[in-house]
Design a protein around this ligand. Sequence first.
Ligand SMILES: Cc1cc2nc3c(=O)[nH]c(=O)nc-3n(C[C@H](O)[C@H](O)[C@H](O)COP(=O)(O)OP(=O)(O)OC[C@H]3O[C@@H](n4cnc5c(N)ncnc54)[C@H](O)[C@@H]3O)c2cc1C
Ligand SMILES: NC(=O)c1ccc[n+]([C@@H]2O[C@H](COP(=O)([O-])OP(=O)(O)OC[C@H]3O[C@@H](n4cnc5c(N)ncnc54)[C@H](O)[C@@H]3O)[C@@H](O)[C@H]2O)c1
Length: 467
Amino acid sequence: MTPVSAENNFDVLVVGGGTAGTNAARAACNAGASRVGVVYIPEMFNTCVQEGCMPSKSVLASSAQGYSFLEAIYRKDVHLNRLARALKGKMQRAPYTLIEGEARFLPGKEGVEVTQGKKTRRLWAKNYVIATGSHAWIPPIKGLEGLPAGRMLVSDDIVGIQTLLGEAPKRLLVLGGGPIGLELATFFARLGTEVLILDTAGLLGHFDSEFGEARLRALKTTPHMNSLVPGELQSVADTANGLLCHIVHQGNLLERYADKLLIATGRRPNIEALALENAEVQVEGSTIQHNEYLQTSNPHIYIAGDAINHHQILHYAAEMGQVAGANAAYGKPTAVMDYQKFSLAITFDEYPSALIGLTEREAKAQGYDVISATQDLSSLGMGILEDLPWGLWKLVADRRDGRVLGSQIFGPSSAPEIIQLLSPILYYQGTLRDIVRMTWYHPTYAELLRSLARRLCSENGIECPGA
Ligand SMILES: Cc1cc2nc3c(=O)[nH]c(=O)nc-3n(C[C@H](O)[C@H](O)[C@H](O)COP(=O)(O)OP(=O)(O)OC[C@H]3O[C@@H](n4cnc5c(N)ncnc54)[C@H](O)[C@@H]3O)c2cc1C
Ligand SMILES: NC(=O)c1ccc[n+]([C@@H]2O[C@H](COP(=O)([O-])OP(=O)(O)OC[C@H]3O[C@@H](n4cnc5c(N)ncnc54)[C@H](O)[C@@H]3O)[C@@H](O)[C@H]2O)c1
């Protein structure tokens, strides 16, 4: 290895300054690494704040409050400027060194080369963390590539949505009914855009199937929303009447017109620019091979966050960063990434859905003796008072000891908050009996958790107070 100057020599070098990268750097500092560097591209330094969680929730909140498209965009820009300023300030005060530019690995264990404009700089580290995030994936569909600029949007485009659209489109085809598709479809439908959602599978694929089915029924009653699920976009062509979309649905070939197309079919890791072949890091398809310590096939290189190509949600990015950063600082695989411990997913659309812990399907696959109870929230207590048109709540437990394994909820606008009632219960390995003994206020949605727990006890012969 050709030596580098002291300022370019690190114990741990993190490539990526987003949530995973900054958590990795902080964890490396806390684990005793004295020289820790973070390389990042300043224009797009943090997905959550710049184009992900926060802008999507900002426009959703504005549309729920009745703001127009342009007002929602203005408010989003104000929110993001404030959030980005706070985050940058936090990064500047952190105990690691920030380096701006795009990084790529060099062959022969020479470290990484960082390019910014015409300047390049070579950095070397004992251990590295790759935390380069992800980008929207565009499926190979006939006609997509040749579309004129502004006709097609991807989820990353929310940051520049006004420049791309000018105003809310009259007709929008949303490809993909995952969280991004459902959230952005909700935003546009609330503004009066006629939205058509297509998904080749079902909605809410991570949930038990009754939740995807209920979400689809609810979608069909939402003003300005329509769906063809499962439905496949075969081709698209730009015509004088708009985008002509050929769609296969239930064996029929349908024609639909849209003014704009929004692609929300998942995300893929940002790894192309890294020249990983130089670092002897094995990649299979879009996935960097790694073990439970988040260590790649090169023992000096770890990986964290969306770049890992699964669990692409913020709190996982933070946790993976902590694990990868600590292991990189120790110089050996020590901390293990436990995904199940952090299982929590929320979609903030018209009828929000949330899950925590294991679904019934996952619990069965793991060999648990599963019991579950589901309640329709629209016909119960608060659901009646609030005229809730749709709502389901499911509790999953282990028959052997009544331990709570997971829960899913859909419908009420407070679902994203309600699901987190289960967080301490799962963390402390609480049981159905614990839930029944706890105090719940009436009338609230939360008190229904006790009804579910009581029902599971009485139906399955588990001793519970009042069951
Ligand atoms: C529309 C949308 C909505 C979302 N909503 C939510 C939500 O509500 N809740 C939730 O939990 N999650 C949400 N997510 C997911 C969440 O935003 C991501 O999981 C999380 O931000 C990923 O963090 P990260 O650190 O892995 O990547 P990023 O934040 O993308 O960081 C990647 C870093 O790598 C740097 N980089 C990339 N390539 C290079 C290179 N070659 N050299 C140097 N630096 C490089 C970038 O500059 C950046 O600093 C959403 C995502 C999207 C797109
Ligand atoms: N609220 C949140 O927590 C939140 C919000 C947004 C994004 N995210 C995260 O960001 C990541 C990306 O989200 P996403 O919604 O883009 O991806 P996703 O993978 O969650 O969903 C993509 C959807 O597109 C469908 N699909 C795939 N190919 C298709 C095709 N050719 N035609 C039609 N449909 C197709 C899939 O069946 C799936 O339902 C996810 O990991 C998600 O968890 C989280």
